[in-house]
Design a protein around this ligand. Structure first.
Ligand code: NAD
Ligand code: DAU
Length: 353
């Protein structure tokens, strides 16, 4: 079996669901269930004996040791993190605790476990760390896309904490020989995306008749990848990635934020037209920019294609249509994640918008 951390969050839950559907191998899913973790994401696995859910912290060394001894996973896939840039600006402490200290504790537990494995299992063991393109910093409009050799220049508390964790993973390989793999992926979108991030926030706000807040001029560029393509890339890296290497993952799909929001509005106009016949785009409002906002990210994903034969299966057109349709089909999920804590966050972040 494999140990997945953060498997109740957006990407982790998509990964666990896809893994059990495609690989069939059992999963121990360790998740702290922070505001971003949601067991309803895994409802379809309730009676599936191949999925063992454990609520806990990747920083809890005693728990990690117990889980590793009990389940003897052949791999660890580390999704667990604080992941939202805006929250990291309001309160960076949790990001240091989970992304840096938590990853350190997980690495140490993995190292002790791996060192004691019999030779064959030791040779097959993998620690895959899921990271982000944000560690590379920001690009000017004509700069080439980030390769794996790009300098690391994080600009937000979130990206700095992820860069720190990437460095720890690298060091545990070079110093102790731990068989690690690191992936640096661009912006994901798709089902189960918590509506504090751009695309799901725009969908739920549009449907609720609320404003669609665009930071600054809306011309910041991100490279968008459908979440299930990210999951297939991780499976491929786990299966065949070269030890100690990093692999960039992206969708070859750079778009400015305002274009993304206009696309979401156009899809909603088609699939769930407003009663007054107006476009959802009339709800767009420009608000104060994010401090330190990175202007452009772009991923050069040629290495993973060349070495491992991975390419995204979805285009943005197909992926965003599926995504909007999923939110329209799952109003209970949306309602259930919009708890008091969610409403408090929205009030704090968009006060005066
Ligand atoms: P998310 O915020 O939706 O989910 C994170 C999950 O981790 C939640 O279930 C949460 O409960 C859990 N968690 C948080 N702290 C924990 C701890 N101390 N111990 C155990 N579990 C803990 O995040 P996501 O968007 O699914 O991102 C998953 C990973 O992928 C993160 O490492 C993130 O940096 C990385 N990533 C995300 C994107 C993206 O676009 N969302 C892109 C590239 C990389
Ligand atoms: O690039 C990968 C990263 O993508 C991941 O590492 C992060 O975990 C993930 O959250 C995401 O970070 P971003 O900051 O790019 O995502 P977010 O959805 O918060 O914002 C996307 C863009 O949209 C960004 O330029 C800010 C802008 N934005 C966001 C929100 C929430 C707005 O204009 N208005 C908003 O209300």
């Amino acid at each position: 079996m494999i140990l997945v951390t953060g498997g109740a969050g957006f990407i982790g839950a998509n990964f666990v669901l896809d893994w059990l559907a495609s690989q069939g191998e059992a999963v121990v899913n360790l998740d702290k269930l922070t505001y971003a973790g949601n067991l309803h994401n895994l409802d379809s696995l309730r009676s599936d004996a191949r999925h063992v859910f454990v609520q806990g912290d990747i920083g809890d060394r005693a728990l990690l040791d117990r889980l590793l001894a009990e389940h003897r996973p052949r791999a660890i896939v580390n999704f667990a993190a604080e992941s939202h840039v805006d929250r990291s600006i309001h309160g960076p402490e949790d990001f240091i605790q989970t992304n840096v200290v938590g990853t350190f504790r997980l690495l140490e537990a993995a190292r002790q476990y791996w060192q004691a494995l019999p030779a064959t299992e030791k040779g097959a063991f993998r620690f895959l760390h899921v990271s982000t393109d944000e560690v590379y910093g920001t690009l000017a409009p004509t700069d080439p896309a980030f390769t794996e050799d790009h300098r690391v220049e994080p600009n937000s508390p979130y990206s700095a904490s992820k860069a720190a964790s990437d460095h720890l993973v690298r060091a545990w390989h070079h110093t102790y020989g731990l068989p690690v793999l690191t992936t640096n992926c661009s912006n994901n979108y798709g089902p189960l995306h918590f509506p504090e991030k751009l695309i799901p926030l725009m969908i739920v706000n549009a449907l609720a008749g609320k404003s669609l807040p665009i930071y600054g001029d809306g011309m910041q560029i991100r490279d968008w990848l459908y979440v299930r393509d990210h999951c297939s890339a991780i499976r491929r890296v786990l299966e065949a990635g070269r030890l100690g290497e990093t692999y960039n993952i992206g969708g070859w799909n750079e778009k400015p934020n305002i274009e993304i929001v206009n696309t979401v509005c156009a899809l909603l106009d088609e699939l769930r037209p407003r009663a007054d016949g107006q476009s959802y785009a009339t709800q767009i409002t420009y608000v104060t920019d994010r401090p330190g906002h990175d202007r452009r990210y772009a991923i050069d994903a040629r290495k993973i294609e060349r070495e491992l034969g991975w390419k995204p299966a979805e285009t943005f057109d197909t992926g965003i249509r599926k995504t909007v349709q999923w939110y329209l089909d799952n109003p209970e999920w949306v309602q259930q994640v919009q708890t008091g804590a969610y409403r408090d966050w929205v009030a704090k972040q968009y006060a005066g918008a």
